[in-house]
Design a protein around this ligand. Structure first.
Ligand code: 26V
Length: 810
């Protein structure tokens, strides 16, 4: 968009006047921010309307990314950059005497996700719009996002995340697009004029109201839509008789129970608890989303038999897997298609992404609960399963064992991953290793049955948010050096390889890192009162807190360094600042204990004169998208140390490399591909391989206690957890202790300890060799382009969705 500073000022001042009857300087920061947001939305609106019109008129194929989570973060900066008016806006604000930083900080993060899966969905939205793929998001407008984390006395305390308290400038409520979603009731079949009709009676209706957010592509005319659904009572269901008789509580009961559906995001990302409300959430947004797709499809006047040639639905993990049955229902019950016609269309439309092989996270719903809540959907799943089991039975010559293993409904549970596989034409993992594990271990039976469905799509990140916008100085240097093509074609970053050994360029990248570290140190000092040294190594471990991600392994290395320093205060190590950030699921005791452990250790070490100049520990409260944008550009070291085979991909790993951090990694998830890209000189690897881990599980021949008894460093560290050394109650860290010794260290922390300590001392020695370190760092930036989600989306579009790019003309 082309607009000059003066025009922008006129528009902005007018906006402030119209919305708040205030002028620029007198308006509160909130009003200044809201008016700016509204103006940006105005600037997008023409392209937004045109995008929708031209998609509809051309009948081009559109993608709908169905996800329970969209971890969007803030939108102000990325919208301004994508519009191409960031500089104009900043200059105009300077003229008007408005501080840009203060305005930016008014926006509350849209934290509608737990971690990687939700953030991936948000990166994909940016990349679809920026690469002109007609693709939209469909999800839930949670009133409360992922809880806010407070640290009190070292413990995590959860506080509600009221992200909508100041309103949301980006969204538009679309009252006229509301649809009805039906729960409970009875279903029976009725013959009418020789046709079988499905009758659903005594159901509970919920009104689904969509809120649309424009997703603006980078310097193009595409504006896709993120549609999030909110649950409301149907007006006619409000109990007016109770209300008029003064029984307000009873009148409100129904309302509360319905609105609960979109009230809060579940804060679990690793353990499926089979909760009824979560199942309601899943069907709620899936049904609303599929109905609204069907409505716009019908408007295009194309035969239903062509549906899958115009619509693609990506199922983000199994959470939206009921979409398979919901589309069958719409096609058969509402559009009158036969089973076979409907099934061809459904499998042609649906594609499923798997994001984890952790057994405890795989969704399965108790048949009793499911059948009661979604009687018609259950009937359809039963029939899909009956037909599928029949095919398996015949293919394997009556092998009931095989049928049992593969049946969607098994042992009174519905296995949602199996429903998603049977109901889709594509099943993808999110990194090469992960896809191989799916094919040959977790889903081997299905791979054998449907080999053509399985494919890999390695995750990616939007390099615009994670480099261009969050590390402006580095982005400017890159543009100065290789031109600005990398912003639209991220593989161009590879051109930086010519500068990896260029002394002047090395110095410049190093200076930028130092500047970023200084800014961050000031932020830590003013927010946490902790002084950190910008010349120390910033060693960063930020992600959800989980045993398999092994924050504990990092902690054990720190305890080991501390123990060495207590014996020899002159130990020659490069000063290091260990930075952690992580939320634990509120019911996950081991994870919460690990947070307390980090904070306890931080207090001890940061106050110990023997150690504090050499090691510092910082725990960042409330880690989320906006804090990630601050810390990642400052990192020297990126910790990606999951137990091999457990991390499906990881995406933080990509963000760090893109900002020049050196990865210390196990060969897990996308780390393997990072290693392939940068080569062994530019990453520090350690630990068991996934095959070794899998062998240990299979042979049951790992004994953690043997290591505990033979490695005196570990013996000391593990004892320190429970012997009062940490100056807490001796029971404080008992769950951690138990996980290691009596429960035999499921995630091989003790086993990988020695190799990790050696890898960490290699980091120490590499960091001392400035030019080698800088060369490694630049190589990582140069090779990170392949991990842009623009590339990932391009592969989804070509290999799964079959969606050509579409240029919007204005
Ligand atoms: C799982 C569950 C299970 C139970 C209830 C609630 C809930 C909510 C979210 C999830 C998602 C778990 C899967 C997940 O987040 N996987 C992560 O996906 C990232 C994107 O593909 C990937 O980079 C991470 O390695 C993977 O752990």
């Amino acid at each position: 968009m082309v607009i000059d500073k003066e025009e922008f000022k006129v528009d902005y001042i007018e906006k402030l006047q119209n919305m708040f009857a205030e002028d620029a300087v007198d308006a509160s920061r909130l009003h200044q921010y809201v008016a700016l947001g509204a103006l940006i939305k105005d600037y997008c609106s023409k392209s937004w309307i045109e995008t929708n019109k031209q998609y509809g008129k051309s009948k081009t194929k559109q993608v709908y990314y169905f996800s329970m989570e969209f971890l969007v973060g803030r939108l102000l900066n990325s919208n301004l950059v994508n519009l191409g008016i960031k500089d104009v806006c900043e200059e105009a604000f300077a003229d008007l005497g408005i501080s840009w930083i203060d305005i930016e900080d008014i926006e509350l993060d849209a934290g509608l996700g737990n971690g990687g899966l939700g953030r991936l969905a948000a990166c994909f939205l940016d990349s679809m719009a920026s690469t002109k793929v007609p693709g939209h998001g469909c999800g839930i407008r949670y009133k409360y996002g992922l809880f806010k984390q407070k640290i009190e006395d070292g413990y995590q305390v959860e506080v509600p995340d009221n992200w909508l308290k100041n309103g949301n400038v980006w969204e538009i409520r679309k009252e006229n697009k509301a649809v009805e979603v039906r729960f409970y009731g009875e279903v029976y079949l009725k013959e009418e004029n020789g046709e079988t009709k499905v009758i659903h009676e005594n159901y509970q209706s919920v009104r689904a109201v969509p809120y649309d957010t424009p997703i603006k592509g980078y310097k193009n005319n595409t504006v896709n839509t993120l549609r999030l659904w909110s649950a409301e009572t149907m007006e006619e269901d409000f109990d007016f008789s109770s209300f008029s008789q003064g029984n307000y509580a009873k009148a409100g009961e129904e309302k509360y129970s319905v609105e609960a559906i979109s009230q809060v995001l579940y804060p679990d990302d690793s353990y499926e608890k089979g909760r009824l409300l979560r199942l309601k959430q899943e069907y709620f947004f899936v049904s609303a989303g599929m109905q609204s797709i069907m409505k716009s499809y019908k408007k295009m006047n194309i035969s239903l038999s062509e549906f899958h040639k115009h619509v693609a639905v990506q199922i983000n993990d199994t959470h939206p897997a009921v979409a398979v049955a919901e589309l069958m229902r719409l096609l058969m019950d509402e559009q009158g298609l036969t089973w076979d016609e409907a099934f061809t269309i459904t499998t042609g439309t649906m594609a499923y992404t798997n994001h984890t092989i952790m057994a405890e996270a795989l969704e399965k719903w108790p048949v009793e609960m499911f059948k009661k809540l979604l009687p018609r959907i259950y009937m359809i799943i039963e029939e899909i399963n009956r037909r599928f089991c029949n095919e398996v039975y015949h293919k394997y010559n009556g092998d009931w064992n095989k049928v049992n293993k593969m049946s969607i409904i098994h042992d009174e549970y519905i296995r949602m991953a199996y429903l998603a596989i049977v109901g889709s034409h594509s099943v993808n993992g999110v990194a090469k290793l992960h896809t191989e594990l799916l094919k040959h271990q977790e889903l081997a039976d299905f791979y054998e049955f449907f080999p053509e469905k399985f494919n890999n799509k390695t995750n990616g990140i939007t390099h615009r948010r994670w480099l261009l916008n969050s590390n402006e100085e580095l982005a400017d240097l890159i543009t100065e050096t290789i031109g600005d093509k990398w912003i639209k074609s991220p593989n161009e970053l590879n051109k930086l390889m010519d500068y990896a050994e260029d002394a002047a360029f090395q110095e410049k990248t190093q200076d930028i890192k130092t500047n970023n570290k200084i800014t961050f140190s000031n932020y830590i000092l003013s927010n946490y009162g902790t002084e950190i040294d910008p010349s120390s190594i910033f060693d960063v471990h930020v992600k959800r807190m989980h045993a398999y991600k092994r924050q504990l392994l990092n902690v054990f290395n720190i305890m080991h360094l501390y123990n060495q320093l207590r014996e020899n205060p002159n130990l020659d190590i490069v000063p290091r600042t260990f930075i952690f950030g992580a939320k634990a699921s509120p019911s996950y005791t081991l994870a919460k204990e690990t947070i307390k452990l980090i904070n306890t250790l931080a207090k001890k070490i940061n106050n110990d004169p023997i150690a504090r100049d050499k090691i510092k520990i910082v725990f960042l409260e409330n880690y989320g998208v906006s804090i990630a944008e601050k810390i990642i550009p400052c990192a020297d070291v990126s910790q990606q140390i999951s137990t091999a085979s457990k991390e499906a991909s990881g995406t933080g790993n990509m963000k760090f490399m893109m900002n020049g951090a050196i990865t210390i990694a196990t060969l897990d998830g996308a780390n393997v591909e990072i290693f392939d890209a940068v080569g062994k000189e530019n990453i520090v690897l350690f630990g068991l391989t996934s095959q070794e881990v899998i062998e240990y599980y299979k042979n049951r021949n790992y004994r953690a206690s043997d290591i505990y008894n033979s490695d005196m460093r570990l013996n000391c560290i593990v004892n320190q957890l429970v012997n009062g050394f940490l100056e807490t109650d001796k029971m404080e860290f008992m769950t951690i202790y138990d996980s290691l010794i009596p429960h035999n260290d499921e995630f091989f922390v003790l086993k990988d300890f020695d190799s990790y300590v050696r890898a960490q001392s290699e980091i120490d020695s590499l960091f001392r060799q400035k030019s080698i370190w800088q060369k490694m760092s630049i190589t990582n930036i140069a090779k990170s382009g392949i991990f842009s989600s623009d590339n990932t989306i391009n592969q989804y579009a070509k290999e799964i969705w079959d969606t050509p790019t579409f240029r919007i003309k204005l």
